[in-house]
Every structure is written in C-alpha cells, then in structure tokens.
Design a protein around this ligand. Structure first.
Ligand code: X8Z
Ligand code: ZN
Length: 622
C-alpha cells in the first residue's frame, strides 16, 4: 500500500508492516537470574544506541510525514486531472519521496535491531521493507524511476480503444464486456483494451531493473522478497502461508469453474466455449475475468432466486452517486463510528468529471494523515459500485481510526487488512439489511430457498477472484525475481492464467502484447497479494463479528448493521493500525492468530454441495 493513496502505489513510500525479523525485546525473554544480570548489563551498554535510535526514528517519522503531505497533494492533482504539468509535478514529488525513503532506510542500517526495544526495532524494519518501488541511491535513479512510474500510470489512465468509430475509455469498454453476449464483439473489445499496454513493456522492464537495484541496496536479493517481507514473518514462510490458504479454497474454485464452463457451453456452443478444458477469458463478464457476477444471467442455477435486482432497485429508488456514498457511510456510523468529516464531501471525486482526464480506478486517500480523507471514484449507480463504495470507505474509516498512531504505524495491520475492512462490511449487505434501508420490501425478502442463488452471485465475485489475485502477484514475483525475462512477460502471464484460473485468451496473442499492463495494478505498481489475503480475511472477520453478535443462522444471512458491540471491537482493531504484529490484532478481533480459509468455506458450504451435485456428470478441471 502506498503511504499516500491506497491503490496507486507507483512512486511513493509504502510503509507497510514490519517484517519477519523484529526480535523480541530482551527483557521479555524468560531468563534465569544470572542471564538476567548479564542482559541488564548488556542493556545498559546499549542505552546510547537506543537513545540514538529513538532520536533517529523521531526525525525520520517527522520528515516522512512532511514529505508525504506534499507528495499526496501532487498525486491527487495528477490522478484527478492528468496533464503534462500534473504528471511532471507528481513525478518530481515521487522522486523526492523515494530519495527520502531510501536515504532513511540506508541510515537505519547503522542500528543493530537486535539490541533495540521491540517498538523501535519494528519501526526500523518498517523503514527498510516499506518502499514499494525503491530506487538505488545512484544519482538520477530516483528521478528516472519516478518518470517511468508516473508515465505508466498516465498511459493506463488515459487508455482508449476505437471501436465502431468511437474512442472508448475503460468504463465504456468494460460495460460492453459486462453486458454483451456476442462473442465476436467480446473478443474485439477484449483485444482492443489490450492494445493500450503494448507501449508500456520496455518502460516496465527498465523499472524492474532500477527497482531491483534499489532492493539490493537495501539488503534484499530482489524486490519480490522485499514485498513479501511486510507480513511479520520471513518471506518464504509467507509464501507457504499463501499456498496453504489457496489449498483450502481451490476445490471450491474448481467446482465453480466447472459449473460456469458448462453454462457458457450451453449459451455459446462448442465452437466458442467447449465443455471441457479452459474457459475463454472474454466470456466472463469482466475485462480481466477477475469477478464474474456480471454473467449471472448466463450462469444462473436452476433454482428459485431473489425477485429483485440490486442495480435496478438502486436506480428505481432514485439513488445517485452521492446517495450511494451516504448509504455506505451510514453503515459505518451504525456501528458507532464517527461520520466522515465535511471535507470528505467537499474534496472527494465521486463521479467522473467532464472535460479532463482522470484515473478512474477507485481509490481511497489520506492527504494529511489526520482528517483529510477522500475517495476518488467514477461511481455509477449499480450494484458493483455500491459494493465498491463500501470498499473504499473501509479504507477511509481505517485511516481516520489510526490517525493518532505514530507515523509509521498509520497503516493497516497488514495490507490485506486494509483491503478487507470495507468488504467485510459489504458482506453484511444481506436481504435483511436491504429491507432495513428500504431498498426492498418485506414481501420481496427472499426465503431460504433462494440461498443457492444468492450464494452463487457472491461466489462469482469472491471465489472467482482468488486465483486471479494469485496470478497477478505470481506473475510479478517471477518478473521481480528475474526468473521471468522481458521476452517471456506475456507467455508467463498466460501460463499462470491457465494454471491458476483455467483461462485462455479468445485467440493467440500477438508477439508484442503486454497483457499484464492492461490491469491497473501493474502499471500502478500496487502489490496484489493484499487482495488475496483480504478475500480470505473478510470472511474470517465476518464470522467472528457474527459470533460476537450472537448470530446462529447461516453466515451468508448475517448482517452486523447497527450492532454497536461489534462496532466497538471493530473500531479497536482499526485504531491499532500497524502498532503491533498483525497476529495480535487478528487475535483480538477473531480469537485466532492465523489467517484461515475455513470461514469462506463455511460461508459457501451450501453452494459447494449444490455444485458438486450439478457437476457430477461433467469432466471438471482443465
Ligand atoms: O483495486 C481495488 C479497489 C481499490 S483498492 C477498487 N480492488 C481490486 C481490483 O479492482 O482489482 C478491489 C478488489 C480487487
Ligand atoms: Zn482497496
């Protein structure tokens, strides 16, 4: 996560949670008397170093906080108005930020963390691991890197493809992918959007080169290792954790893939979508096939479902973008959190402005690390954006909650927590809740017989997403570690798309294609593992919160709306920020210290039974 915005991490500092090696404080260890005396002497010997470390960190935090405000404003100006001038200003601010972060990280090397008290050691480690795209201290490197990252961002943000004589932006092209059921049209638009990233490839490769020099200088073998160091454990342990979590949910994805493929085969026939093997990526209702709920009409199980459609309902009830955000805010305040500050409403960009280019990909911002929180979205009145509003507000409420922490602790317990907060709230948008806020009537509230249909809608987004998230950072780890050379960028992408998601492109890809660049977080340099973790964690939070609320029914029917007791514990989790190792924070809210896929499995259990039954005659897998 970038320090300054949550979702565009290209240029700036990203002080994520401290890594693996933060040692225990000596005085916390269990020691016999003789050793205690020895340690006492040793501690006394280190008092000067400890005092110096404390002074250094105070200065570092003050300098970073000041630069962060300057850079945040420059990035905001660029993202909400892309011009050569704002690009240049953002690039300049980014270079200053990177140089400051790198120089402080290098300075921190003089301190031996093993003799420091835990909180100082933790902050030192955060300084060393928290830069998303580091530059080496070679003259000119930070400037070159910043130029590249700002340029990549702008290329993505202004990307257009001319279809049927009209230059269409990503929103317009996405609408076609979501709504068209004409395979020729889908293929044309899908391929068309991927023309915008062809020119990114050389810059991307150069960026990887410079950033790896930066990572080396900070003591990491390569940048992927540095990214994986932000989780209070060794990078290899974290990779094993991810694999463990994926193993828990993979069987459910395979059933969903199998069922979806059969429905697509029914819809389009063998020539377009065969009944066995991988799925054609352009048929899944999303530009990147990351969430599939837009093709619910095609995948719909043959069971009773809810009689209303949330998008239609929002439109019929006269919702506009502001009302959607107000409704999201009202959920958080129903839990006892304070309303958003007035400046949120004055300064946020909630709809796409006319007459200027903006980065439309939704993001949440914290411009002063105090009260100046904002969102930037091109909100449309539909169900998808209703959820996205809750997602973004989750970031803002988190930022506001930890504002009194020290600068380096003003971030999520880990980046997956930050992404999970708003989505966790979104899991409480149940039929019961929709009735409470008058979007549906009592009579329209679906009964238990609609559970399979409701769960299918959710699974098309939440379960389909998991292997996509693994693909994005699986690809990036290969690239950043040097295992994947530039000439293999695109083939490696499709190898992983096939392996993890069981997807293929609609036709073979051109030799110059750079398909990863057509997904925001690649040119935007936002690490993606956070979303995988979030999709696991949000169900863990939901289950824990429902237990706190005394809920006894199925998890997918539980809503914590208006529950102040849950809200209090929720707020405590948010206020902690990154001030302690994330397992402590997780334990305080959920009672467990490990991330765990069993809550998401339990949530979808009735659907899993249905899918297995339906797939019994299919030949699943790819
Ligand atoms: O980028 C986002 C958020 C902002 S942090 C809108 N998400 C990922 C994506 O769109 O790819 C949320 C889900 C995954
Ligand atoms: Zn987010």
């Amino acid at each position: 996560m970038k320090r300054l915005t949550l979702t565009t991490s290209a240029i700036a500092l990203s002080f994520m949670i401290a890594a693996c090696t933060a040692p225990e404080k000596a005085d916390e260890a269990t020691l016999d008397t003789a050793e205690s005396v020895a340690v006492g002497v040793a501690e006394a010997d280190h008092s000067v170093e400890i005092a110096e470390a404390r002074a250094f960190l105070e200065r570092a935090e003050a300098e970073l906080a000041a630069q962060s405000r300057i850079a945040a404003q420059a990035y905001w100006n660029q993202a909400t108005n892309i011009t050569p001038e704002t690009n240049a200003a953002a690039a300049a601010a980014g270079a200053v930020s990177t140089k400051l972060a790198v120089s402080l990280a290098n300075e921190s090397k003089q301190f031996d963390v093993s003799v420091l008290p835990a909180d100082l050691a933790r902050k030192m480690t955060m300084l060393r691991t928290g830069i998303t795209i580091p530059a080496p201290s070679t003259p000119g490197a930070a400037e070159e890197l910043s130029q590249i990252t700002t340029g990549l961002d702008a290329t993505y943000g202004t990307g257009k493809f001319t279809y049927k004589g009209e230059a269409l932006n990503l929103d317009q092209l996405s609408t076609i992918i979501e709504t068209s059921r004409d395979p020729e049209e889908l293929k044309a638009v899908w391929e068309g959007w991927r023309t915008i990233s062809v020119p990114m490839k050389d810059d991307y490769a150069r960026m990887v080169e410079i950033a790896n020099e930066g990572a080396n200088e900070l003591g990491f073998e390569s940048l992927d290792q540095m990214w994986l160091s932000g989780y209070d454990m060794a990078p290899e342990e974290m990779e094993a954790e991810v694999q463990r979590l994926w193993t828990q949910v993979e069987p459910l994805y395979e059933e969903l893939h199998c069922f979806t493929r059969a429905k697509l085969n029914d819809e389009y026939g063998d020539d377009v979508q065969p009944r066995t093997g991988p799925i054609r990526a352009d048929l899944l209702g999303n530009m990147w096939a990351q969430q599939w709920s837009s093709i619910y009409d095609v995948v719909k199980p043959d069971v009773p479902g809810p009689s209303y459609d949330l998008t239609e309902r929002l439109q019929e009830k006269g919702y506009d973008a502001i009302k959607m955000v107000e409704t999201g805010e009202a959920f958080f305040t129903s839990l006892g959190l304070d309303p958003l500050p007035e400046t949120f409403w004055e300064r946020s960009m909630i709809v796409r402005p006319e007459g200027r280019e903006v980065v439309c990909h939704a993001s949440a911002w914290d411009l002063d690390d105090e009260e100046d929180v904002r969102i930037k979205m091109c909100t449309e009145v539909n169900s998808e954006d209703f959820y996205t509003v809750h997602h973004e507000l989750g970031h803002n409420f988190y930022q506001r909650a930890y504002k009194d922490q020290d600068y380096l602790y003003k971030t999520g317990a880990h980046d997956g927590f930050h992404e999970a907060i708003g989505d966790f709230v979104g899991l409480s948008i149940t039929p019961e809740y929709l009735e409470q806020i008058n979007l549906i009537t009592e009579e329209e509230k679906p009964g238990a017989d609609a559970d399979t249909a409701l769960l299918m809608q959710t699974a098309l987004d939440k379960i389909a997403f998991l292997p996509f998230a693994l693909t994005v950072d699986g690809w990036r780890w290969g690239v950043l570690s040097g295992e994947t050379a530039p000439d293999a960028y695109n083939t490696s992408w499709w190898d992983l798309r096939l392996k993890n998601q069981g997807l293929v492109p609609p036709a073979s890809r051109p030799a110059d294609a750079f398909d990863p660049g057509a997904k925001y977080h690649i040119p935007g340099n936002t690490p993606y593992l956070r979303y995988f973790l979030s999709y696991i964690l949000q169900f863990q939070f939901h289950k824990a919160a429902c237990e706190q609320a005394g809920w006894e029914g199925p998890l997918h029917r539980c809503s914590i709306y208006d529950n102040k007791e849950v809200g209090e514990r929720f707020n405590a989790m948010l206020e902690a920020g990154a001030s302690q190792p994330w397992p402590d924070t997780l334990e305080e809210f959920t009672g467990t210290r490990q991330m765990d896929g069993s809550a998401i499995i339990e949530y979808f259990d009735p659907l899993m039974l249905y899918l297995k039954d339906q797939n019994a005659t299919e030949s699943c897998g790819w």
